[in-house]
Design a protein around this ligand. Structure first.
Ligand code: NAP
Ligand code: MG
Length: 495
């Protein structure tokens, strides 16, 4: 894949007007209005016009999904699985095109975009397998000639709402399991990244998903997201995004006893405890911190290190950060793209300012890049602060950008306390050769996911989720999805 190929493809495929997908048809929004979307790294290149949808569109989509549920939920699970398997194959077939769209609207490098599509393929195949594992239990009876069983059935229409940082894998992570378990979906993408979603929905249709089973309504959080969450026919809300928004959605859902699956913010620590190979640890940490320009819920944003190793580790981190080449997605050798837009760049820059004011030392990076090619995107260099203390805002708040903080501590116990001192609890890493330390960390860290001796990379078949302010409800991916997408029924059978 060369620079040439992505740019040529974009020249030939941009500027179209897109629609919502409701009940198997591409339809205009009832508002009659659209909003333009521009290339993240070429601000003057129009990618397309996208619907500015309304509550009326949401209602039509939810009603279609409700109607489709009646037949989709009765389709044998192996048949639903086969459609998902087909969808996974189609994702692989169109990986280049999907990666171009994703990189253009989100900014991540082509290698990262291809990785994201690959991950979506794996998660889809796992979900397709899960369709065969919708199991219940049969337990002993209190009486003769009675079977006591539990069975599982799909809950109904799912509202799926996603953020802009993973515009392919997040929708797939919600829609594929929903379909596997027999639910139907109304999906609202983030306003920043609706483009690749269009392609995903086309592929679901091509794979044989019947009309009404997957519906797409594009528009703002307030005009589309809010009525979707409030719709009485929606039985479950799978939301990935900010903690603030997740809390608001959960309040609305709680009022009508509708269940939620919330994947929210993070402030993920890497704890380094006398580890011998600091170069390796630095590589793992830097990759986990700056992939997707740090705009990942599982990005490592705090390094907590014992005092006597702080200097050596910091040096190794600086050295590793110097290998990061910032630039547009398609440029060879680039391994960090721009931030998603100017507003977000400003918000991250504000934290650079706050960090300095709080007395942390900016060791490298943090500058806005605006010369030449950089003028057409929202670029900054990867930043590393040291002399950070746990009470500083940069040590506590989610920045969601390429900013890493080093906090030095006296001992293991203090390291764990600092690691647990934030409101979040999504992913955490520890680097140690001491088996007991590793176990203590796994046991004491308040985190949904724990990684020993590597960064915060998760697997496509393992439960994914967070605790505290990082998540609520059943973890996504993995077997845990059953608890969100299905309801239990207990059956006593006398014969
Ligand atoms: P966000 O502002 O919370 O938005 C997420 C989604 O919610 C968007 O589609 C947004 O629509 C929609 N929304 C906004 N207002 C709404 C409302 N009133 N009702 C229903 N939906 C509404 O988050 P973001 O800025 O896009 O993404 C960054 C955040 O996501 C970070 O905090 C990050 O940590 C988190 N995240 C978490 C995970 C995880 O798995 N734990 C993964 C990725 C990201 P608009 O785009 O139209 O505003
Ligand atoms: Mg937002």
């Amino acid at each position: 894949m060369s620079q040439h190929e992505m740019l040529t493809w974009l020249e030939q495929n941009t500027g179209k007007t897109y629609r919502n997908f409701i009940n198997g048809e591409w339809v205009d929004s009832s508002s009659g209005k659209t909003a333009p979307l521009y290339h993240v790294a070429r601000k003057d290149q129009l990618l397309g016009h996208f619907p500015d949808s309304t509550e009326q569109d949401v209602n039509a989509a939810v009603e279609a999904a409700h109607e489709a549920f009646k037949t989709w939920s009765k389709l044998p699970a192996p048949d639903r699985s086969a459609i998902l398997m087909k969808f996974a194959d189609l994702l692989e077939r169109d990986i280049d095109q999907l990666a171009y769209m994703l990189s253009a609207e989100q900014g991540k490098t082509l290698a990262e975009s291809r990785g994201e599509v690959g991950r979506a393929v794996k998660e889809t195949r796992f979900a397709a397998g899960d369709a065969f594992r919708i199991d219940g239990e049969t337990l002993p009876s209190e009486r003769a000639n009675v079977w006591n069983s539990t069975i599982r059935y799909p809950i109904g229409v799912i509202a799926a709402i996603a953020p802009w940082n993973f515009p392919i894998v997040t929708p797939v992570r919600k829609i594929a399991p929903a379909l596997a378990y027999g639910c139907t979906v109304v999906f609202k993408p983030a306003s920043n990244t609706p483009w690749a979603t269009i392609k995903l929905v086309e592929l679901f249709a091509e794979a044989g998903v019947p009309k009404g089973v997957v519906n797409l309504v594009i528009g703002s959080g307030s005009r589309v997201g809010d009525p979707l969450v409030k719709h009485p026919l929606v039985k479950g809300i799978s939301f990935t995004g900010s903690t603030k928004q997740g809390l608001a959605i959960n309040e609305i859902a709680a009022k009508r006893l509708v269940r939620t699956q919330l994947e929210l913010g993070g402030k993920n620590p890497a704890v380094v405890l006398g580890y011998s190979d600091l170069e390796y640890a630095a590589k793992q940490i830097v990759s986990a911190a700056f992939t997707c320009s740090g705009q990942r819920c599982t990005a490592i944003s705090r390094v907590i290190v014992l005092k006597d190793q702080a200097e050596a580790l910091t040096e190794a981190l600086v050295k590793e950060i110097k290998h990061i080449k910032v630039g547009p997605a398609w440029e060879p050798g680039v391994n960090m793209g721009p931030l998603v837009n100017t507003n977000h760049l400003e918000s991250v820059q504000e934290y650079i300012k706050i960090g300095k004011e709080e007395g942390a030392r900016l060791l490298t990076g943090g500058e806005v890049l605006s010369e030449g090619e950089f003028a057409s995107g929202s670029y900054m260099t990867p930043a590393l602060f040291d002399q950070v203390t746990p009470d500083m805002r940069i040590a506590k708040e989610e920045i969601f950008g390429p900013v890493l903080s080093v906090i030095a501590v006296e001992n293991e116990q203090e390291a764990f306390e600092v690691a647990n001192s934030v409101a979040y609890g999504l992913a955490a890493a520890v680097f140690t050769e001491n088996l007991s330390s590793a176990y203590r960390f796994a046991e004491q860290i308040e985190s949904g996911m724990v990684h020993v001796n590597h960064g915060t990379a998760s697997a496509a078949h393992m439960p994914f989720g967070g605790v505290k302010q990082s998540g609520f409800g059943a973890y996504s991916i993995g077997s845990t999805n059953k608890d969100f997408f299905t309801e239990m029924k207990v059956v006593y059978f006398q014969f």
